[in-house]
Design a protein around this ligand. Structure first.
Ligand SMILES: [Zn+2]
Length: 285
């Protein structure tokens, strides 16, 4: 089933130790909250037990690179007050961890049960979109160009849902392609199972193209959905517009979007979209 280590309990053990250490380090570095660290450990263990190294590798590539960009951005003071209006900041909690990696883990389980390269292409699409979105947010926040709304093209305040800049778009493309590059490199490792996409026609090029295209499209879908359907609130105390249902300690007033469509759910929907695209592009090769 899974080629890299035959004994499932060895993979489980390796997953528990490896993911546990990484989650603990992330907790200490204040990248994950307590619930986020537990979730990351469970998720990482699932990937290591059920999938080839490329599955866990994509997750780590996303997590490490987004943490580094986040630290890098904090050193640039330009981070602006915009940050305060995002629903979540800094530490990832359980909700965000599952929103980022939950469908991926389902795909990994699907591949373990019914091996098919389609699962991996879909997963790479999902992770490319998640990574693109994070890189775009972290790096795009430093853009000196005033952002424009992805839906109207009008200039909007930095930090607004759906705000895009050339720098952020470039960062998204780089973040998506990065997942493709890491995947291609891991798939080139020896002892990969035959079901791995590296042995599929198209090889590394197919993987990188699928990641770049699905990731960028998923990121744009996330922005567009964020600008239209996502719930936005106005704080009754300080008056600022925010993604948070609670601001300044009181329930904020919803000014647009669907109450059920919070930031995590917007991320989830655009991830599904990116996964379908990755799968479709993979099927072309
Ligand atoms: Zn407020």
């Amino acid at each position: 089933m899974v080629g890299w280590v035959d004994e499932w309990w060895l993979r489980l053990l390796a997953g528990l130790v490896g993911s546990g250490l990484i989650a603990a380090a992330a907790y200490r570095a204040r990248s994950l909250s307590g619930s986020g660290a537990w979730s990351a450990m469970i998720m990482g263990t699932g990937f290591v037990t059920l999938g080839e190294p490329v599955w866990f590798g994509c997750l780590i590539a996303f997590f490490v690179s987004s943490t580094l960009w986040s630290k890098w951005k904090k050193r640039h003071r330009a981070k602006a007050a915009a940050e305060a209006n995002y629903e979540k900041t800094g530490r990832r909690d359980a909700g965000q961890v599952w929103a980022n990696g939950g469908i991926g883990l389902l795909m990994c389980a699907g591949n373990a049960l019914w091996p098919d390269t389609a699962w991996l292409f879909a997963y790479i699409g999902v992770m490319a979109a998640v990574n693109a979105d994070t890189w775009a947010t972290e790096i795009g926040a430093l853009s000196r160009t005033a952002p424009r709304s992805i839906t109207t093209g009008k200039r909007v305040k930095p930090g607004t849902s759906g705000a895009v800049t050339p720098l952020g778009t470039l960062a998204a493309l780089a973040g998506a392609a990065f997942i493709g590059g890491v995947s291609a490199a891991l798939l080139a490792l020896p002892q990969q199972a035959d079901a791995a996409a590296g042995s599929a026609p198209g090889g590394a090029a197919a993987v990188i193209i699928a990641a770049a295209a699905a990731g960028l499209a998923g990121c744009f879908a996330d922005s567009a959905l964020g600008a239209t359907g996502q719930a936005m609130y106005r704080c009754r105390v300080c008056g600022s517009e925010t993604e948070r249902a609670v601001h300044c300690g009181t329930a904020a007033e919803r000014v647009r979007g669907l109450a059920a469509l919070n930031n995590d759910r917007v991320n989830l929907l655009s991830s599904v979209f990116a996964g379908l695209l990755g799968w479709a592009i993979g099927a072309l090769f």
